[in-house]
Design a protein around this ligand. Structure first.
Ligand code: G3I
Length: 371
């Protein structure tokens, strides 16, 4: 009798325990609430999400995130398709979405060599480029003055070795396009936070490049408030040590540090490829798409451990970190399903294709519960 009682007690305790665990991850649990007071938790939005096409996805976005970035619609080719033509239809909707939901609104991006409108690539000399930059930056930043909280003023200006990337901006203006861009943005909205944003900038050589670039911008009269570490990472790299060195190095320049495009690929790399150069794309084999149906538990666990280690570091340096933004809401919409090989099934985020939290989500939430 005593034995039966003890077993029954165990069953009741387990049931209570699992209820309790479920409660911890119920309606009240969310990424944004979990890290409230530490840093904003953001996501990148695509067109359908800005237009609230799917109510379930929309509810999820509002529950989990308190910061947004436009994944594509603010890029030059969409906003400024012809020299005398701006198209703000989608960007207006994006800002309205953020305001309606009381979110931190980030602008991505003003000056980037990629996704330029074709006419921009034809700009030939410094006079034309100066006129373009003045018009482009002043028009866009002024339009949303006081409504956008921070801007990626310049995106991905560096090569892997830390030197300046060849682009239409560098070709026409030399290195002076960088301080120029930051000056123009500050003039259009003196209060908005201005960021330099790039990938692989936890790697030593590129990190040195960022440090030099920031110093040059400041020395030439530009106002810069932060560095955006994109965070397109892998399970094994960059190391926590290199990420920490980068947080410390950028913060030592007097800048805010944001993680702006976080995702962690779990798929094999076709070549020794790091980061996110969008110009590279090629077909792969079935071997390159090993988890077309579901992610094995062993890899879920690796992803969860990696995210826990990364967020543990973020919490350690929360005084230096302004925002952590995921590059997408859920695995099903991640750009990593199509890059560097189209049509793969990747699992880089905290929320799965069915909009359910993954093991990695729990591992990140639990960090705060332990503290
Ligand atoms: O909208 C068209 C659609 O009409 C067409 O049918 C389809 C065919 O492929 O393409 C669609 O456009 C794609 C667009 O994303 C919207 O999904 C483009 O081909 C594709 O190149 C574009 O990729 C974006 C990429 O930037 C290039 O701009 C990704 O979604 C976006 O996640 C990615 O984001 C960048 C950041 O802005 C900067 N840092 C790196 C990061 C990842 O590359």
């Amino acid at each position: 009798m005593k034995l039966i009682n003890n077993s029954m007690l165990l069953v009741v305790l387990f049931a209570l325990g699992s209820c309790n665990a479920q409660n911890k991850n119920s309606a009240a649990t969310s990424l944004k609430n979990n890290f409230k007071g530490d840093f904003y938790i953001g996501t990148a939005l695509n067109v359908d999400q800005i237009e609230e096409k799917d109510p379930k996805v929309d509810a999820l976005i509002r529950k989990e995130f308190n910061a947004i970035t436009a994944e594509n619609i603010m890029k030059s080719m969409f906003v400024h398709p012809a020299k005398d033509k701006y198209d703000f239809a989608m960007t207006d909707k994006y800002i309205a979405y953020g305001e309606k939901n009381d979110m931190f609104i980030h602008g991505h991006t003003l000056i980037w060599h990629s996704q330029l409108a074709p006419w921009m690539t034809q700009i030939k000399d410094s006079t034309e480029m100066k006129a373009f930059m003045k018009d482009h930056i002043s028009t866009i930043v002024s339009r949303y003055k006081g409504r956008i909280d921070s801007w990626d003023v310049v995106n991905e200006a560096l090569n892997e070795d830390g030197t300046l990337r060849k682009s239409v901006f560098l070709n026409t203006l030399g290195a002076s396009y960088l301080p120029e861009a930051f000056k123009l943005a500050a003039k259009a909205d003196p209060k908005v936070d201005l960021y330099y944003n790039d990938y692989n900038i936890c790697e030593p050589a590129k990190r040195e490049g960022v440090i030099k670039l920031v110093k040059d911008i400041k020395a030439n009269g530009g106002k810069i408030d932060g560095v955006g570490i994109q965070g397109h990472w892998r399970l094994e790299s960059p190391t926590i040590e290199e990420i920490e060195k980068s947080i410390l190095a950028y913060s030592a320049l007097g800048l805010k540090v944001a993680f702006t495009e976080l995702d962690i690929t779990v798929l094999p790399n076709p070549w020794d490829l790091k980061g996110a150069d969008v110009n590279q794309n090629f077909e792969g084999s079935a071997k390159m798409n090993p988890y077309p149906k579901e992610l094995p538990d062993s890899v879920q666990k690796k992803l969860a451990d990696r995210y826990a280690a990364v967020f543990n570091l973020f919490l350690k340096h929360k005084d230096k970190i302004s925002r952590v933004t995921f590059w997408g809401v859920h695995d099903g919409q991640s750009w990593l399903n199509d890059w560097p090989i189209k049509g793969r099934t990747n699992y880089p985020l905290l929320i799965d294709r069915n909009l359910a939290p993954k093991k990695a989500y729990q591992s990140v939430i639990q960090l705060k519960e332990k503290k």
